[in-house]
Design a protein around this ligand. Sequence first.
Ligand code: CA
Length: 225
Amino acid sequence: MRLLIIEDEQKIAETIAQKFKGEGFAVDIANNGMDGEELIRINSYDAVILDILLPKQDGWETCKNLRQSKILIPILMLTALEDISDKIKGLNEGADDYLAKPFHLEELVARIRSLIRRNSVVRSSKIELFGIILDLNLQKAFREGKEIILTAKEFALLELFMHNPDKILDREFISEHLWDMNFDPRSNVIESFIKFLRKKIDKDFSKPLIHTVRGAGYIFSETGR
Ligand code: CA
């Protein structure tokens, strides 16, 4: 999952980013509306946290521009203004949800997860495939009934595979969805995470599910290729 935070108060942006990184998200930050809109147009994010009072272009304008361009990415608007008319205005400009400052980080995470789920084809909070169950609410993974302890990043990688079974996922696709814009394409961090994940989900089972397709990427499948 990749998240964009558009927020000009650096401390708040950093606090939110830290929290979501701990939950396994890749997170980018933009500190004004124009940069934020630009990033959304070039990267693929699963959701956006958008402050209302921003330099260059405020949250309402940013939201309106995106919706006018038919960019339907889930947007949660964040603001210090507790006025109900602001909430209505935000929702009218096409925001999907709204949270007033101060808020609890846990609530923000829960709302973002729910927005992403609402937007996804898989609406359920559980994904089941090839004997693996992912509980997205509890962030727990099971294979053949046995719980598999994963880090947040490993969980996000497995979730990405489970949303794209029997399809070759190349490094670019994986990094685009799970890492932020500081990702170094020459690093072997993806290979390392695949190795960790394999150890956990494939090692003790008869049928491996994560297969390497030489020169192309990885495929999550019962049969390999
Ligand atoms: Ca602000």
